[in-house]
Design a protein around this ligand. Structure first.
Ligand SMILES: [Zn+2]
Length: 82
């Protein structure tokens, strides 16, 4: 991926940023912080350079050693009182 490349999905502009990368590996989704990625300014599609992708794979392979896990707020739909 080069500067000025276009998103393969929506033709948006790809910009290099450090992101919280979402990476799927063997049916598992892991999140990795501060990953240099190309991000589409329209649809948010993430794309990684080959060496970065290789490192993400290495991290995913060692995912049983991941110490930190994050949780997301989960609200109940009927919590809102009319
Ligand atoms: Zn896009």
């Amino acid at each position: 991926m080069m500067k000025g490349d276009r998103c393969e999905f929506c033709e948006g502009e790809m910009r290099q940023r450090c992101v919280l990368a979402r990476f799927r590996y063997k049916g598992l989704t892991i999140y990795i912080e501060n990953v240099p990625a190309w991000v589409c300014n329209k649809c948010g599609e993430q794309s990684f350079d080959a060496p970065v992708y290789k490192r993400l794979e290495r991290i995913a392979q060692q995912s049983e050693h991941i110490q930190k896990s994050i949780s997301f707020p989960l609200a109940e739909f009927d919590m809102a009182v009319p």
